[in-house]
Design a protein around this ligand. Structure first.
Ligand SMILES: Cc1ncc(COP(=O)(O)O)c(C=O)c1O
Length: 306
């Protein structure tokens, strides 16, 4: 889906016109993947646009930067305000939000320490990442031949720009083979996560999700879904899963900011079928929560017009 242009992008403290949001070809991060980023969503609520769990996304951005020893030249509170200002400036009710911290122009070579640190925040309207059909009827996933990162090669807990070549290769392989999404295994052979989403399965009525020690990102949607599932009365546990575990589940779904909550309808051609009742109830509650329709989850929303 081509990008849908809006008015303004926040760059280093200024709101600049979309078409002027440009950087130099010798930007360090373009060459070495040395940036960190976040993916966030704002949703329409009865009080206008609200950003879902914004403070936690900004905290994760700072943690990613800390892992790579990048000093962000703003406070977390300043970037929370900058995200809200960018959504407001574009007059959007619902949008995807992409803050990126990157090492800019002025130095080359593998030592990133002398590089300037730049920050930008772009927003644009973006429908659900795996498509409305996927949300309704489920997606077909394939176990990738590419492994999720070894934690001693690159840290899976950080959202580093360069690390996403791993996810991209898995995604392309899955798409070219006729599937919608890829599941990556850890170097130890346990289910880690999808190219950009966490994984949940239902076995004997209980929910399981891989632990971060299997290379899964500590997803904010994952955390929201764990809370929702427990509030709905389901048991949820972290567990190491083998690929064969995915072949025999009663239900399975993916979670992520871009994709939201998406059922899996098959894994490596082993059919799961139409979304089951547990997936449906969690999905419904999640979609109501992000739009401020569930009182108990109102604290997850950070309003843009206050
Ligand atoms: C590799 C990966 N796993 C999982 C997720 C889901 O995380 P969240 O729910 O915080 O968007 C993402 C998205 O950020 C991701 O890129």
């Amino acid at each position: 889906m081509p990008l849908q242009k809006v008015d303004k992008i926040w760059m280093d403290g200024e709101l600049v016109d979309w078409d002027d949001a440009k950087i130099h070809i010798l930007t360090h991060t373009l060459h070495y993947g040395s940036g960190v980023f976040e993916g966030i969503r704002a949703y329409a609520t009865s009080q206008g646009a609200a950003v879902f769990r914004l403070t936690e996304h900004v905290e994760r951005l700072f943690n990613s930067a800390k892992v790579f020893l990048i000093d962000i030249p703003y406070t977390q509170a300043q970037l929370v305000d900058a995200v809200k200002a960018t959504v407001r400036a574009n007059g959007l009710d619902e949008c995807y939000i992409r803050p990126i911290v990157y090492l800019g122009y002025g130095e080359m070579g593998l030592n990133p320490l002398p590089c300037p640190v730049n920050v930008s925040i772009a927003v644009w309207p973006w429908g659900t990442y795996l498509g409305d059909e996927g949300v309704k009827h489920g997606v077909r996933v394939k176990i990738s031949t590419w492994q999720r990162h070894d934690p001693n090669a690159v840290p899976p807990a950080a959202k580093g720009t360069g690390m996403y070549i791993n996810s991209s290769m898995a995604k392309v392989e899955a798409l070219k083979a006729g599937y919608d999404e890829a599941v990556l295994l850890s170097p130890q052979g346990f289910v880690s996560e999808c190219s950009g989403e966490n994984v949940f399965v239902v076995k004997r009525g209980k929910l399981f999700t891989p632990p971060t020690s299997a290379g899964a990102l500590e997803g904010i949607t994952r955390d929201s879904v764990i809370t929702i599932a427990r509030d709905l009365g389901y048991e949820v546990a972290e567990a190491n899963l083998l690929r064969s575990d995915l072949y025999t589940v009663e239900e399975a779904f993916l979670t992520g900011t871009a994709a939201e909550v998406v059922p899996m309808r098959s894994v490596d051609d082993r059919e799961i079928g139409e979304p089951g009742p547990i997936t449906r109830s969690i999905q419904e509650t999640y979609f109501a929560a992000v739009r401020g329709q569930v009182d108990r989850y109102k604290d997850w929303l950070e309003h843009v017009h206050t």
